[in-house]
Structures are given as C-alpha cells and as structure tokens.
Design a binder for this molecule. Sequence first.
Ligand SMILES: Nc1ncnc2c1ncn2[C@@H]1O[C@H](COP(=O)(O)OP(=O)(O)O)[C@@H](O)[C@H]1O
Ligand SMILES: [Mg+2]
Length: 324
Amino acid sequence: MFQKKVIAGLRPFALSEFKVAVEKIGQGSFGAVFLVESKHEPGVFGALKVFFESKLHERGVLEAQNFEREQRSLERVKNSEHIVTLWDSGQLSPDFFDVLKSSNSDGKNFRHGRFLLLSYCGGGDLFERILASENGLEPQVVISYAKQMLSALAFLAQKQIIHGDLKPENIFLTKDNVLKLGDFGFSYVMGEKIPQGGRIQSRYYMAPEVIRGQVPYTSAIDMWSAGCILYTCLTKELLFRVANDSDHLILIKSLTEGRRKDFLASEIIFKGFIENMLVEDVSRRITAESALGDPLMTSPVPKPIVRMVPKELLKKFDGKQTAL
Ligand SMILES: Nc1ncnc2c1ncn2[C@@H]1O[C@H](COP(=O)(O)OP(=O)(O)O)[C@@H](O)[C@H]1O
Ligand SMILES: [Mg+2]
C-alpha cells in the first residue's frame, strides 16, 4: 500500500508500485528495456530492464553474469547523482511476465526472467545527441557533460568499480539534461578476475591495456574511454575507427607518438585535457579526480541548451550499431 507522498525520484520504488502496461524502449543481446509508470505518482517513470532466461546453458550463464554484475555495482553506488539509480531488482512476477509475453515477440524468453528497475532517463542518450549535432556538440555543452561524467567516474573509482563499457550509447540523459552513466553489465570490482581473456569494453573506446589483455585492469580503462568519448562529442568523429586489434594499436601509437597532427587541432582548449586521458602508460594516465581539477572543469559554464533529436534522423541512422 502506498503510504506517503514524497518528492518523485528521491526514494526507492518497488516494481509492484508500477503499472503493468509497458512500452519497449531498448533492446539488447541480454533482453529488453521497458518504460513503466508509477500507479500512485503519475509522471514517475522507471526503466525496467529484463534479462532473458535462455535455455542454452552457455548463454544463460552469460546473461546471469550480466545481471549480477549490473545489480552488484548499482547497489554499491545508490543515490549518486550521475549514475542511474537502481530502485528494485529480482525475479519478474507472473503479472508482469504475462504482459511482456503478450506485448513482445521475445516475451516468452522472459519466463522466470530477472529484472532491474532503474530510474528512467527521458532525454535519450549521448549517442543520439552527437548524431543530432551538425559537427559535434557545442564546447560549453561538452564541458558540462565532461564534468558530470568525470564526477561519476571519480565516484566509481572511489568505490573500486570499473564500468568496463563506457561509450556514448551507455551514457543517458534525463529530460532536464542531467547526465547518468548506465549499462553496468560489464562492470567489475578492481582486482576481480575477468573471464574470456579479459575482453571487455567496446572496440572504439577500448583502452590499450585491454586490447593487450594486460589484466588486472584499473579505473584507468574508463578514463581512456572518457577521452575517446569527449573527442567524439566535439568532432562527431571516432578517434579510433578501426576493426581489429593490430590496426587499433598502430593508430594508438601514431597518436601518442605525436605523428597524428590533426588530433584535436581545431579544439585547442580541450587538447591537453583530453590528451591526459589518452596516455598509454596507465600509471601516468590522469585520474577522474585530477581531471576534475583542470581549469576547464573549474570555471563556471552556462547551462547547456537541450536539443531534441529529430525523428527522421533517428530513423536514418537505424539503431545503435551504426558507427558515428
Ligand atoms: N534508465 C534508463 N532510462 C532510459 N533508457 C534506458 C535506461 N536504461 C536503458 N535504457 C535504454 O535501453 C537501451 C539498452 O540498455 P543498456 O542498459 O544499455 O543495455 P545493453 O546495451 O546491454 O543492451 C539503452 O541504450 C537505452 O536506450
Ligand atoms: Mg548499452
């Protein structure tokens, strides 16, 4: 039973407090994400991430690990401003399962499925924002996003958590343009053994030590991704548009040895700031905490302008797999 009125979003919500009517908002290899609305507080939305229960043993194990890693990490960082909030998690109840089954072609795979109920980010993701821009985001917008992303990364480092898959697709925005890190399915606790030869992170944002499999990794791998992301925010280009490990390492070498002259040439105020994140030597790569002390981060910035993504553009780019 609902007891007292509280300010929306400031308390944890249980899945039972949400209406069963659902709309699919995201699809991944793990399962799907649905939008749900509170029964008692109209306008309070949640993102219900449901994981497949695969019959194939191997796949089932992977999905279970994905769920457990995300649940564990988000439990550790509850109520941090720039990380998606986990409200509830567990096994899907039969009434939710029935609706998912009837509304969704994959629904039958959700029987006994596990869920994460997350605070909903209604402003899309950073990937969509970058695509919608003409030639990259405005510098003052990038500064604001950088501050928010780094403050989340500094908090994660303090909690000994490595995000492990930082990229624009996994950085969400609320309707008020507050940045939140999401998708902790590849997150690890520092020092923990990483299976599959240590392969984590997505190609374009992969740190050199991950390409080489030099475990154990540290929070520094997320800082490398952060540098790549900021470059993409400013230029609408991928810094490392490569398809395999050897090309990737060659491109990293040419960048760090100063042979790539175009690097950030036109965005001079960001040059040193981003280059400090793209240092190959892990012990010399800047930490999130130190990067937050950079003059670029400490001077006041005007509020960013929210630009909504035109629908035609989203259709044109057809999903999230398209390279920028
Ligand atoms: N809290 C959330 N608020 C809004 N949309 C979300 C939220 N969580 C996930 N999504 C949407 O669902 C998509 C897939 O979720 P994500 O957690 O990134 O899983 P994966 O990439 O492993 O499939 C996201 O790209 C985003 O569009
Ligand atoms: Mg994702």
